[in-house]
Design a protein around this ligand. Structure first.
Ligand code: ASP
Length: 306
């Protein structure tokens, strides 16, 4: 594995190896004894052309906990002239001898383009509506730790599936690991022909959540909607927001996930987001650091002598 650009096409054995390595980093993170010499002498650049809280800080922490020199560059989207600027950026990064490059960009495929032009190993930290591979890996790690296996687990991915790179990466990863995936949302927010990815489609929350082991809520991505695809946030919550009544349709004790940032009262009620036993949203954030450490470690090994 030279880069991590997408979950699609990643062999299940590579996924399992990454999850196993991440598992060991969960324990090391909890004891504070991470191997700070693992990436010593390596340079990690975080290049974020889009907003981020969790992903950016967790890649920073991951790099630091493994001893890398970490630099974060946040680039205002408005100043970006896609193709040309990206290629100029690539040339600059090559001149800096960067070993690991973490990229988030509003355009699908931007990290893959950079990967062709830089010497560094590239990690896709979210590209447009395409993929967000480390999010899917951290979700899988959270589920594996909670449920032991993903095999036959019924996972309902709900809400704005159309604009969600998290949903796309999760569909690829969860189905590859044997989960039964449903997508649930209004017809305007479900990608056409998504069934071809091996998922079942529901437009009604009660039916989509019926007997689900896991309910994964997605943020309503208003910034990616050119025109109103939902009548109003209030109405959206009424039909598609996760509250206690809708969650009651799922299996008793079903796990609730959300990649963040959450819009409380739009796609999820606060009482569910903060549910003491069913919500694993904070745990997802913790797993995010461990998964990113595993990815950086694995890519550095693949690049040689780390
Ligand atoms: N943080 C996730 C992403 O960057 C989900 C979201 O923004 O809603 O894709």
């Amino acid at each position: 594995m030279r880069h991590l650009l997408a979950i699609q096409g990643l062999p299940p054995s590579a996924v399992t190896a990454l999850l196993d390595l991440a598992e060991s980093y969960v324990l090391l993170n909890r004891t504070g004894k991470t191997p700070r010499d693992r990436l010593r002498g390596r340079t990690l650049i975080n290049l974020f052309f889009e907003d981020s809280t969790r992903t950016r800080t967790s890649f920073e922490l991951a790099g630091k906990r493994l001893g890398a020199d970490v630099i974060t560059m946040t680039v205002a989207t408005s100043s970006v002239n896609k193709g040309e600027t990206l290629l100029d950026t690539a040339a600059t990064l090559n001149a800096m001898n960067c070993d690991l490059l973490v990229v988030r960009h509003a355009v699908s495929g931007a990290p893959a383009l950079l990967a062709q032009k830089v010497d560094a190993a590239v990690v896709n930290a979210g590209d447009g509506t395409h993929e967000h591979p480390t999010q899917a890996l951290l979700d899988a790690l959270t589920l594996r730790r909670r449920r032991g296996t993903l095999d036959n687990l019924v996972v309902a991915i709900c809400g704005d599936v159309l604009h969600s790179r998290v949903a796309r990466s999760n569909i690829h990863l969860l189905t590859a690991l044997g989960a039964r995936v449903r997508v649930v949302g209004p017809p305007t927010l479900i990608p056409p022909a998504v069934e071809r990815l091996g998922v079942a489609v529901f437009h009604d929350m009660a039916a989509g959540l019926d007997g689900a082991d896991v309910v994964m809520m997605l943020r309503l991505q208003q910034e990616r909607m050119a025109r109103g695809l939902v009548p109003s946030a209030r109405e959206y919550f009424r039909f598609y927001g996760l509250d206690a009544a809708k969650l009651a349709r799922a299996r008793p004790g079903a796990l609730v996930m959300h990649p963040g940032p959450m819009n409380r009262g739009v796609e999820i009620a606060s009482e569910i987001a903060d549910h003491p036993t069913q919500s694993v949203i904070r745990e997802q954030v913790e797993m995010g650091v461990a998964v990113r450490m595993a990815v950086l470690d694995m890519l550095a090994r693949a690049g040689g002598d780390a």
